[in-house]
Design a protein around this ligand. Structure first.
Ligand code: ADP
Ligand code: MG
Length: 411
């Protein structure tokens, strides 16, 4: 990695300088309550190091997908309030992104203080496809730093985006790699280059089409691919089974069949569920039964039955596979863990990863919902080797794609 690092910036000295930091504060919200503050906690160390060294820190971040204009629903306020609670230095929130409030607060920052700009996506130029528009916005962001400014990218969750605050800014200000991004890249590298074997990948979640490219790239690299979550039904359909009213991406069945055929010859074994928990409807209080994977329509709910979790036999089989692994990557919950009745499969896989960590394996959890799942199910971050803060970014890295934010930093 030839990119300049945060340590190099600190060694240059930052006292009195304005440093723009791109952080990932894209937290899940319930109204204005932060339901998982993992990303805020993960972002704090870099901001704190800079503030402690006397920098005047200006944080850029996005939240959700506002439509290029201010929208109170996507205000960074809840995340910033949490950041201010955790920080040992003053943290303020601007009322706009590069407007009068941001300019005034940036200019009045004292050494060791932090300012968070409002959601960068409140400005349509942030995500514009037009290079000139993005560059103009990046210049306005850079101007907030006055003389001697610097840029630190610590938002791994956004490095796969060619956005102004991630990509364009890096060619305007001297750019440095934050520790969060560096750690993420180091861990993901260990998964793509010579992972210690056996290497087991567990995939779940809701959309097969989102994850097909990563499956494609892992065939021949992983020893075993364990499939759960909503995507398992497309795999069962590809094996010729009926899946009732479960999630099914019919147009992907052919692709999945070709993966199943290719895998064996490439030395990768797919481990598919042998049983599933079938519910009468998609609801927390739905009636449910365990059915064999080839008899999903054989329950009392017939063709209307919906598979909402992997069954106990599958959970035990997955745990056994994970126990043999030296490297485990997990993305995507095994079931609808938001409903306690359908969280058992996800809990069993999380426990198996935690046990594997204790046994010395490298375990990595990637994906926003997966990270939220392990925390809501009562696990500690320390029970896993690494919890990736960036779902899409970690998947694209594993797909072998070039990530604009990393390219811009020379990483
Ligand atoms: P991540 O954010 O970790 O990448 P995804 O966004 O792909 O994960 O998927 C998470 C969602 O998948 C969860 O909200 C969960 O409820 C849903 N899910 C898991 N299993 C099923 C299922 N059998 N049917 C419907 N949804 C499911
Ligand atoms: Mg998700």
């Amino acid at each position: 990695m030839t990119a300049h690092t945060l340590d190099e910036l600190l060694a240059e000295g930052v006292r009195g300088r304005h440093v723009l930091v791109r952080s990932d504060l894209n937290v899940p919200l319930d109204g204005s309550t932060v339901t998982d503050d993992g990303r805020v906690r993960a972002s704090l160390p870099v901001i704190a190091k800079l503030a402690e060294a006397g920098a005047r820190v200006i944080v850029m971040a996005h939240l959700g997908r506002p439509k290029g204009a201010p929208d109170e629903k996507y205000s960074l306020r809840p995340a910033v309030e949490r950041l201010a609670e955790l920080a040992a230095f003053p943290v303020r929130l601007a009322a706009d992104v590069v407007g009068p409030s941001a300019k005034e607060l940036a200019a009045s920052l004292a050494d060791g203080e932090a300012l968070v700009l409002e959601n960068v996506r409140f400005d349509a130029r942030e995500t514009s496809k037009d290079d000139g528009e993005r560059a103009a916005f990046a210049r306005e962001l850079a101007e907030l730093t006055g003389d001697g400014g610097a840029y630190v990218d610590d938002a791994f969750g956004a490095v796969h985006r060619k956005h102004a605050s991630v990509y364009d800014i890096a060619s305007i200000l001297p750019a440095y790699l934050g520790e969060l991004v560096r750690t993420e890249v180091e861990v993901l590298k260990r998964l793509t280059e010579g992972a210690e074997r056996p290497y087991v990948v567990v995939l779940g979640g809701s959309k097969v089409s989102d994850k097909l490219a990563v499956i494609d790239n892992l065939i021949g690299k992983a020893d075993r691919l364990l499939v759960g979550g909503g995507m398992l039904f497309t795999f069962l359909a590809a094996q010729g089974h009926k899946v009732g009213s479960s999630l099914l991406e019919r147009d992907q069945i052919g692709t999945v069949q070709s993966y199943l055929e290719r895998a064996a010859a490439a030395g990768t074994e797919f481990v598919l569920p042998t049983d599933v928990v079938v519910a009468s409807k998609f609801a927390a209080d739905a009636e449910h039964e365990v059915a064999s994977a080839d008899a999903i329509e054989g329950t009392a709910f017939g063709e209307t039955g919906i598979g909402l979790d992997i069954g106990p036999e599958t959970a035990a089989a997955f745990a056994k596979e994970i126990a043999t692994a030296r490297t485990v990557f997990w993305n995507g919950p095994m079931g609808v863990f938001e409903f306690p009745a359908f969280a058992a499969g996800t809990k069993a896989v999380a426990q198996a990863l935690a046990d594997a960590t204790s046994a010395g394996a490298l375990t990595v959890v990637g994906g926003g919902d997966s990270a939220a799942a392990v925390r809501t199910l009562g696990f500690e971050d320390s029970q896993f080797g690494h919890i990736s803060t960036g779902g899409g970014a970690s998947l694209e890295y594993l797909e072998g794609k070039e990530l604009p934010g990393l390219t811009a930093l020379g990483a």
